[in-house]
Design a protein around this ligand. Structure first.
Ligand code: ADP
Length: 230
């Protein structure tokens, strides 16, 4: 489903060039639940931005769902991103003035889905993350864990083929972290493909595979043997 080969990404600031990804190759099949780990600055976000079609690489090849997306124009890349990828961020990135329901409807507004269908789908997604009783609240009126559940509902509402999460539990306590990991495991059992960046080894143990980065290179890629199930 995802196959990148020999990816190179170099950032240029003034006269200084910094190669954040050095010849990365990685394959992720449908139905996987993979953690990306590694120290700060090792290239995790750079890779996620490329896999999520938010940024382009300098060299290499990216096949997403049998389509070569390596050399698309910005507008073509945006189309692929909106159709195929759901994002969850550490800081939730919800709009504070909108209700929870409206936040979840937003990606469908951009996709041009009619209001009635939007509402129905948003309510189904919110039910899936256990927030049916909070739909009229605003983000500030719910807990951090609940905010992240709203963000997950928003990420899955358009049925993306891949869910990408960048430190999704970085701002959460243990109880909320476990709630979020349970939702991810449930979604994964139902067929969702999930890629998650995390610093926390105990959070990575809920996933099926751990890919470790250092200095822009993959230093290990292993299945999780003693996986925790929620
Ligand atoms: P991680 O997510 O593992 O912390 P990143 O992918 O964010 O690492 O960054 C990898 C390296 O690339 C870092 O050294 C960072 O300073 C550099 N970098 C990231 N984004 C930019 C940018 N837009 N311009 C210049 N350097 C960048």
């Amino acid at each position: 489903m995802i196959e990148v080969s020999n990816i190179v990404k170099t950032y240029s600031t003034g006269e200084i060039n910094f190669t954040a990804l050095k010849d990365i190759s990685l394959k992720i099949e449908k139905g996987e639940f993979t953690s990306i780990m590694g120290p700060s600055g090792s290239g995790k976000s750079t890779l996620m931005n490329i896999l999520g079609c938010l940024d382009k690489m300098d060299k290499g090849k990216y096949i997403l769902n049998n389509k070569d997306v390596s050399n698309l124009r910005d507008d073509e890349l945006a189309y692929v991103r909106n159709k195929e990828i759901g994002f969850v961020f550490q800081a939730f990135n919800l709009l504070p003035r909108m209700t929870i329901l409206e936040n979840v409807e937003l990606p469908m507004v951009y996709a041009g889905i009619p209001p009635k269908e939007r509402r129905e789908k948003a309510l189904i997604a919110l039910d899936r993350v256990g927030l049916s009783d909070r739909v009229k609240h605003r983000p500030n009126e719910v807990s951090g864990g609940q905010k992240q559940r709203v963000a997950i509902a928003r990420a899955i509402v358009n049925n993306p083929s891949v869910l990408m999460a960048d430190e999704p539990t970085g701002n959460l306590d243990t109880k909320s972290t476990n709630e979020i990991m349970k939702i991810f495991q449930d979604l994964n059992r139902e067929g969702s493909t999930i890629i998650m960046v995390t610093h926390e080894p105990e959070v990575a143990k809920y996933t099926k595979r751990i890919v470790k980065f250092r200095d822009g290179e993959i230093i290990s890629d292993e299945l999780v043997k003693d996986r925790l199930i929620l």
